[in-house]
Design a protein around this ligand. Sequence first.
Ligand SMILES: [Zn+2]
Length: 265
Amino acid sequence: MKFIDAHIHLSDKEYADCVDEIIAEAKSAGVVALVSNSMDFETSAGSLELAKRYSEMVYAALGIHPWSVNVLKENELQETLDLISKERRNSSVVAIGEIGLDYKYEKIWDKQMTVFEEMLHLAEKLDLPVIIHSRGTTAQIVEMLPSYSVKRVLLHWFSNPISALKKAVEKGYYITEGAPTVYSNGIREVVRRVPLTNLLTETDGPVRFFKPPFNGKRTTPAFIPMIVEAIAEIKKMNVSEVAEQIAKNFEDFFGVKLIDVATSE
Ligand SMILES: [Zn+2]
């Protein structure tokens, strides 16, 4: 079985000393591809570096997260936009992300909006998929996206409202779900309702999950098989069927061909 982690922050400081270990754990769990999402210029450069170092399985998503908006250095937005444009032809760059809007940061709402819109315009121009953070803003984002010609949209950690899920699916958007699929009734309800053809798996590491069976331990792509098992249980399907469809979704969404890293060595 091939498993995928479509949303991890592999260039985060917390993983700096253990990327080799994380990659080894991922491989031994059958995870064949990771998308390293970025928060700012530095982690975008870091994601590129990791995609080069582990080219058989790490892909890069570059961008500025709404949480970084408040601490952007002068020119950092422009430098990040330039970096993405320059690296567009690099086959390991598969998306612009993580970008979006977060209602908890309402004090910097205008700045968040400016950065988000710049990133969406670039995604249009470069024809790249987008990976979106939409805490408390999902309905609004689903309403605003059709005015951009962004062809592929991934709503990461979709939680609510269910009415926005219906609209997102109608527009052909994808969602990712991770560890909460195992223990959260709200997320399990989302998984129950979303067609399997619109679903991808994620860890969002290094974010930690404190409920059993995760208990706050270091988040690793090796969690993915547990998440796929939970999806299979909710969907009343075989684990292998679910894993196969999700791997296909990954290839369709990001436009890459997965390599079975366990057998390619
Ligand atoms: Zn994230």
